[in-house]
Design a protein around this ligand. Structure first.
Ligand code: ZN
Length: 257
């Protein structure tokens, strides 16, 4: 207990050494966003959660302004933001108005291709990342394709294989190659897989494909594709996945940073 005075003295010393802050620390509050952004945020939320459905017309600007308690010009500004994000489109004329956009899978794929293309090659997204993600998607997809394929998918795969064998020139050859892999994804019957994989295929082809791919490379591709199709045709999910893994591991050499 006799030591009790020591900390107290030290505390006083600390207090004299540390000057009180000149400016009080800021309160933990969020800065207010401009009204048009708040309107845009709420409308975007309604679109994304399905309350406002694709193709439906929004109420007139004046009504929306009344709902939100803002002016028409604020609503107009908010709609401009949503239009620039492709979420709404405005149609002029007597039957016109502002409609919730209808998004086609191709639009999403195009957007993803552009974004992945811009990010790729940086530390954020390396070629190894892209190839790894592709294998995760496609090996499982080959198994699903074996379970779910219809005769038309097998026919399309065999036709694509024939065209691949006889195509000349690197870009033609690779387009056929991409098409072959696209049919396998389609055979899974999962529309989201197509949207996700198509941009990956296109970025790999346009950005990372090596300029010189030896003839033997393509001969081996033909043989591997044949094995994959045979397994899919036989409904052998495990075998199809394994054959796809072997194929994708080997063709990694065809891509370079
Ligand atoms: Zn292939």
């Amino acid at each position: 207990m006799g030591q009790g005075s020591t900390p107290s003295t030290a505390g006083q010393n600390d207090a004299t050494r540390t000057a009180p802050p000149a400016v009080p620390p800021p309160l933990p509050v969020s800065r207010l966003r401009p009204a048009y952004q708040q309107v845009a945020d709420q409308l975007r939320e309604l679109i994304l959660n399905g309350s406002l459905v694709s193709g439906h017309r929004l109420p007139p600007e004046a009504d929306l302004g009344g709902n939100f308690g803002v002016s028409r010009s604020t609503v107009r500004e908010a709609l401009r933001v949503l239009a620039s994000q492709g979420l709404v489109r405005t149609v002029r004329g007597t039957t016109g108005g502002t409609f919730i956009a209808h998004v086609e899978p191709d639009q999403v794929s195009d957007y993803l291709e552009t974004s992945i293309g811009l990010m790729s090659g940086s530390d954020t997204l390396t070629l190894a990342d892209i190839l790894e993600a592709r294998e995760m998607l496609e090996v499982r997809a080959a198994g699903l394709a074996a379970r779910r394929r219809e005769p038309r998918h097998v026919d399309a795969l065999r036709a694509a294989m024939e065209r691949e064998k006889h195509s000349r020139g690197r870009s033609v050859r690779f387009n056929e190659h991409r098409h072959f892999h696209g049919i396998i994804i389609e055979a899974t019957g999962n529309g989201l897989l197509t949207v996700m994989t198509e941009p990956v295929f296109r970025v790999l082809q346009s950005r990372f494909l090596s300029p010189d791919v030896p003839r033997e490379f393509w001969a081996q591709v033909d043989r591997e594709h044949e094995t994959i199709v045979d397994r899919i045709d036989a409904g052998d999910a495990e075998g199809a996945g394994e054959a796809m893994q072997v194929h994708l591991s080997r063709i990694r050499d065809a891509y370079h940073d």
